[in-house]
Design a protein around this ligand. Structure first.
Ligand code: SF4
Length: 355
């Protein structure tokens, strides 16, 4: 499945920082070939905050790892990921020698994972992590530490306190912010965050998201935020890309997509979250379950759960359809979806309007 035809038109008008084309990750297992990312294509635009949203196991983390050629063996990664530096020639990420790839991973595209504790060496003070990272990449340590102090302050951390302690001496929220600061110390263009706040309480998650917005503006960053928590990122992101069963099913501007979601899965996801102030984990799950990666379903992968699917959906895998300005959905029947799958968020809004 590809959105190349729509994206190439977009690319003429926007400034793409990462271009993903037909990226697939598969594992050869005893019980068959398992596809955990299925020919996905997407353009990430410079300076945007892009949310990648979907249920657990939908392929979000594999997508994040693919952006940095960081899929672990025995996973087999194919396709193309092109990084466009602001003032240089495009870089074919999946074709880089190891040393250049290591540089790219910190200096151009940086990544923060869930669980900061495991990212810090417990026997090393936070300051040493910053200094060693700067030294390893041949950056000026004095200037780099100035930047580190500034970013820590931007994230409402006291640099004097944080730099001179061990990770276990910080709270979860402080650790996660220290890790974000570390990931930014080499001035990357893109920061990819994989469920970076999932282990934190809701208030801390929201507060970190607010800080991220400021950080993006101040440092001209592109942020890719990967999460299962749609309500959380709905307030932060410029665009959303919804994943289901190892592929993107809908992509669009955040407000538009939440108001006029066209794919039945996106609408189900929104209906599982009637109040956008409540986390998905507290909501009713969508009926049925996602396909196993070894299942080689014909046609649309959502058809076993879709309330409006028919024979065409079983016979033919849908390509992306233009459903609005900068909004695409991989559904043959997106117009029916708009008409026949009511959104509870709309009902709420209408009820609030009547009161
Ligand atoms: S293509 Fe068919 S089965 Fe798939 S989401 Fe659309 S209506 Fe449902």
């Amino acid at each position: 499945m590809t959105i190349q035809h729509t994206m190439s038109a977009q690319q003429e008008q926007t400034d793409t920082v990462l271009e993903v084309r037909d990226v697939t990750v598969q594992f050869d297992m005893d019980r068959g070939e398992s596809r955990v990312l299925d020919s996905v294509s997407l353009d990430i635009q410079r300076g945007e905050i892009l949310g990648i949203v979907g249920e657990s196991g939908s392929g979000k983390s594999m997508f994040a790892s693919s952006l940095l050629d960081a899929v672990v063996e025995p996973g087999i990664l194919t396709g193309e990921v092109t990084y466009y530096p602001p003032d240089d020639e495009p870089i074919d990420v999946l074709d880089l020698p190891k040393r250049r790839l290591r540089e790219l991973r910190w200096e151009e595209i940086s990544m923060v994972f869930q669980g900061a504790m495991s990212s810090f060496n417990p026997t090393t003070k936070i300051r040493t992590h910053f200094e060693e990272t700067l030294q390893a990449h041949k950056f000026d340590v004095e200037k780099g530490m100035e930047r580190a102090r500034e970013i820590l302050s931007d994230l409402y951390l006291d640099p004097d306190r944080v730099l001179d302690v061990y990770a276990h001496e910080l709270s979860g929220g402080m650790r996660q912010r220290a890790l974000i600061a570390l990931s930014l110390v080499l001035e990357p263009e893109v920061l990819v965050m994989d469920e970076p706040t999932a282990s934190l309480d809701l208030l801390m998650q929201r507060s970190i998201l607010k800080m991220l917005e400021k950080i993006r503006d101040k440092y001209d960053l592109t942020l890719v935020f990967i999460t299962h928590d749609l309500p959380l990122v709905a307030e932060l992101c410029d665009r959303l890309a919804v994943m289901y069963a190892f592929e993107f099913v809908e992509v669009g501007e955040c407000d538009t997509l939440i108001r006029d979601a066209a794919h039945p899965y996106t609408r189900a996801l929104l209906n599982a979250t009637p109040n956008l102030n409540t986390p998905v984990k507290d909501m009713d799950p969508i009926e049925g379950s996602s396909p196993d990666p070894v299942d080689n379903l014909s046609g649309c992968s959502y058809h076993p759960r879709c309330p409006i699917g028919d024979k065409e959906c079983v016979a033919e895998d849908p390509d992306f359809y233009e459903v609005g300005d900068d909004q695409q959905a991989a559904c043959h029947k997106w117009e029916r979806s708009l008409e026949e799958i009511p959104l509870s968020t709309q009902a709420h809004a209408e009820m609030e309007g009547e009161q």
